[in-house]
Design a protein around this ligand. Structure first.
Ligand SMILES: Cc1cc2nc3c(=O)[nH]c(=O)nc-3n(C[C@H](O)[C@H](O)[C@H](O)COP(=O)(O)OP(=O)(O)OC[C@H]3O[C@@H](n4cnc5c(N)ncnc54)[C@H](O)[C@@H]3O)c2cc1C
Length: 429
């Protein structure tokens, strides 16, 4: 019997250390330096360096990676518990070496990169010396990869890339971009796309604009590629493997977002409960009113359901060691995440009255964060389709008119079974 909902005491003491450290040493940075990805902010970078050292001394740096890549190899389950601490802070993931989009990019470099690519890009990325960007979405097609048009054409020992991409997080401060492009338009996009490493500053690569999205620290870049030449050895994985590499990356990214969202949901819930026991109404505290109690009960149930689903998904990834085998679970948490975040943040906002809608409290940002979680890494609709298809795969077709629960037929079968047994009993008398 291996069911267990307890954290082992050794790791719990690390979580306790992390909670205190984030609260006292990291969260103050959130309020004063809005963008942990901005490496040009020398003051903020200088403040971050000793904090990273403390995390490394505790053995909590890049928790999701194995020892061969400089992490402790704790796996996704322990990362989920740690992200429940880090997810409330903008800076904490960077201080602990597990920030998006770098964590997902590191994962695919480790998985598909050549030794030379690992030495040049993965090693400094893992050491936190450089940042990276993942470049997939296009202005004319995001959710549907069959609409991607950015094209790479082979020219001698180089590839030449032309096209446009947008909403690429942290493009502005990235040292390199991992870019998904069409290399063979004659075959299905699932076989005709490839992934390239494009160093920042490569001639022809232009950042047209940086979008700011409310509730997010990093900016999202709009990139234009005009005859961008990259050496053939900058292909990441095999030619035509782009979709496969993307699936590996996005699987992890979605789960890590869900883990951090558990932390934000908890923060909104805690603030709602604090308000309920603090604000006085005519007949006592706000929490004494039944409609407030209903909001709190609903929120607690939704939060705990979501958290348990995220933890079980993390546990299944550790067990299967293959994101594809956990597709259904990942799609389910991706769908649940924006709804739980939105509903609990909205209730918390509402119970705070006027100050709840102001920028002095975090609820409006949280609600927009929920909207982004319903879009980034694929919209909710696409994940509902994946989830339903995965579920339906496990069912065999039955009679199309009389379902297998059709009682008259079941009764007939039961009668036949009972008659046979009775005959046996009578025969033995
Ligand atoms: C803050 C933020 C950060 C991001 N970071 C990155 C990044 O780092 N790299 C990157 O490449 N991209 C990134 N994205 C882009 C993100 O992945 C896309 O926005 C997402 O895939 C949706 O694509 P789209 O915006 O083109 O919407 P569209 O594809 O135009 O979809 C619009 C709407 O159409 C509906 N829809 C779409 N498909 C279906 C369907 N099959 N069935 C029913 N309805 C459907 C949905 O309601 C959907 O919301 C980021 C986006 C945001 C907001």
């Amino acid at each position: 019997m291996a069911w267990d909902f307890e954290t082992d005491p050794e790791f719990q003491s690390k979580l306790d250390w992390a909670a205190e450290f984030v609260r006292t040493e990291v969260e103050p940075l959130d309020l004063l330096y809005p963008n942990p990805y901005d490496r040009t902010d020398s003051e903020a970078m200088a403040l971050m360096r000793p904090l990273k050292e403390k995390v490394k001394e505790q053995g909590l740096w890049a928790c999701h990676l194995g020892p061969e890549l400089g992490g402790p190899g704790y796996g996704q389950m322990k990362l989920a518990l740690l992200n429940e601490v880090l997810g409330t802070s903008i800076w904490a993931p960077s201080v602990f070496g597990c920030q998006a989009p770098d964590s997902g990019n590191a994962e695919i470099l480790a998985h598909y990169g050549t030794q030379a690519q690992k030495d040049e890009y993965l090693a400094p990325l893992l050491a936190g010396e450089i940042g990276s960007c993942y470049v997939m979405t296009e202005p004319t097609g995001g959710s549907d990869p069959t609409l991607f048009r950015t094209r790479a054409v082979r020219d001698g020992d180089h590839w030449v890339i032309n096209g446009e991409k947008w909403f690429n997080s942290n493009a502005q401060f990235a040292a390199f971009h991992i870019v998904m492009v069409v290399t063979n338009p004659e075959v299905s996009p699932y076989q005709g796309m490839s992934m390239f490493i494009v160093p920042a500053g490569t001639p022809g690569l232009e950042i047209v604009k940086n979008f700011h999205v409310r509730g997010f620290s990093e900016h999202e870049g709009h990139l234009r590629f005009t005859d961008v030449r990259v050496p053939a050895d900058h292909l990441l994985g095999e030619e035509g493997q782009g979709f496969l590499v993307a699936q590996t990356r996005l699987g992890g990214g979605r789960v890590h977002h869900a883990m951090r969202t558990v932390a934000l949901v908890r923060k909104a819930f805690d603030m709602m409960c604090e308000r309920a026991v603090s604000r006085q109404m005519r007949k006592g505290p706000l929490g004494g009113l039944q409609m407030t109690q209903e909001r709190i009960a609903d929120s607690w149930i939704e939060m705990e359901q979501f958290r348990l689903l995220v933890l079980r998904t993390a546990w299944r990834i550790d067990k299967e060691q293959d994101y594809l085998k956990v597709r259904k679970d990942i799609a389910a948490i991706k769908v649940a995440m924006p709804k739980v975040m939105h509903d609990i943040a909205q209730r918390a906002l509402h119970l705070h009255g006027a100050i709840g809608v102001s920028d002095d409290l975090p609820f409006v940002d949280m609600m927009n964060y929920a909207e982004v979680m319903g879009l980034a890494d694929g919209p909710t609709e696409v994940h509902k389709i994946t989830l339903a298809k995965e579920v339906l795969k496990t069912y065999a077709p039955a009679d199309p008119v009389y379902p297998s629960g059709y009682r008259p037929a079941l009764r007939e079968q039961a009668r036949a079974l009972v008659a046979e047994r009775l005959e046996h009993i009578v025969g033995n008398l």
